[in-house]
Design a binder for this molecule. Structure first.
Ligand code: AMP
Ligand code: MG
Length: 358
């Protein structure tokens, strides 16, 4: 076990976590401490959802705006009953199909969680993660666990234990490290307080999968292509610039051949300004950029046919750009079906909506 300041860094087996490590972390969590833990989406920063002070400590550690509510993680369907005023049939169906897993459901709150969790809303966002370490921890703590992503607010979410240590070392009590997060982007957030349900944030469960279970699903306008003037997202977190690397990122959208030509030109221009450029490419164009653009950093997210793979590599790639100290990043746009919707949502936010259409 390593220590940084007050932070204990515990490596655990992702499939069969050491019961003693889980016990120690769960006791700390239950009694008001902060515990970072792996989930299948990204690493989370957890606190006992019933303890106001513990929840406030999350906001403090992350520098998170107080008006951005947290997702409450549960270890059983039974736990849900006490947290909401009612479980509508559509919620039952979705929980049966997708829990444990990367789907967060927004339901009317019973008001039992600490006020800071819901940031004054009358609704509460609930999820049961499927990562064995997350499930074991929440069940051992025997309380619902409020947990946002375990990064500093505005920075890319952590997909490895060491990312959490970089952002929050010294600010939390325990970090449970168990290798790479499998999905690599945050959960899907679905609002069930209206009919039809509204997708507030695309994530690890796709729109197509949701529609197959519940029929019509509306997209919150804030999920869409550009920040629409006057549109206030109903997931408060979606209004912040998010997931951002240090260097400005430009998303280049259009016909893939034209995109590649434009990115080569953009890298050339950056070079003439004396700037180091990075490219986030698909596998199809990797060799092309290597030969023609020769960027300071070329990061491949995988084949265009596999946006899920690309999503799982996105935050790691953005952090690599930080580590290499590049001055500017150019990213190819991806098709928006399946996991492509979540991938493009995060890319647009990382780009602060600087999209170059060709
Ligand atoms: P994070 O915990 O960092 O993954 O962010 C959680 C996301 O869920 C943010 O975008 C929040 O705004 C959103 N969220 C949490 N609770 C609610 C709620 N009650 N209603 C709508 N969105 C919510
Ligand atoms: Mg987050």
């Amino acid at each position: 076990m390593a220590k940084r300041g007050r932070t204990r860094y515990l490596r655990v087996n992702p499939r069969r976590p050491d019961p003693l490590a889980i016990h120690v972390a769960a006791q700390i969590l239950r009694h008001g401490g902060l515990v970072a833990f792996p989930t299948e989406t990204v690493y989370g920063l957890g606190a006992n959802a019933f303890m106001e002070k513990a929840v406030q400590a999350i906001f403090l550690a992350k520098g998170r705006p107080a008006d951005n509510p947290l997702i409450v993680h549960v270890g059983s369907r039974y736990q849900v009953q006490s947290l909401v005023t009612a479980v509508p049939p559509v919620a039952e169906a979705l929980m049966r199909r997708f829990w444990p897993g990367p789907l967060t459901l927004v339901l009317p709150s019973s008001g039992r969680v600490a006020a800071a969790v819901t940031a004054g809303l009358t609704t509460v966002a609930l999820r049961m993660p499927r990562h064995p370490v997350a499930l074991a921890l929440i069940r051992a703590a025997r309380v619902p666990v409020a947990a946002p992503s375990a990064n500093l607010s505005g920075r890319p979410s952590p997909t490895l234990g060491r990312h959490v240590l970089q952002d929050l070392g010294g600010k939390v009590d325990v970090i449970l490290a168990a290798g790479a997060a499998e999905v690599g982007v945050e959960s899907t957030v679905l609002d069930l307080t209206t009919a039809p349900p509204v997708l507030l944030r695309p994530g690890g469960v796709t729109l197509e999968e949701l529609a197959a279970t519940v029929g019509e699903v509306r997209l919150d306008p804030a999920v869409g292509l550009a920040p629409l003037a006057g549109v206030v997202p109903r997931a408060p977190g979606m209004k912040y610039r998010h997931y951002a690397p240090r260097a400005p990122l430009y998303l280049v959208d259009g016909d893939p051949e034209k995109v590649a030509i434009r990115i080569v030109a953009l890298v050339e221009e950056a070079r003439s300004r004396g700037e180091k450029a990075a490219i986030l490419t698909s596998e199809e164009k990797e060799e092309y950029y290597r030969a023609r653009a020769r960027p300071a950093l070329l990061l491949c997210l995988g084949p265009r046919s596999d946006p899920a793979r690309a999503a799982s590599r996105l935050y790691l790639s953005l952090k690599a750009c930080d580590r290499h100290g590049v001055d500017v990043i150019f990213a190819e746009a991806w098709p928006e079906s399946g996991m492509g919707l979540a991938l493009m949502n995060r890319l647009r936010k990382a780009a602060a909506y600087r999209v170059i259409s060709v």
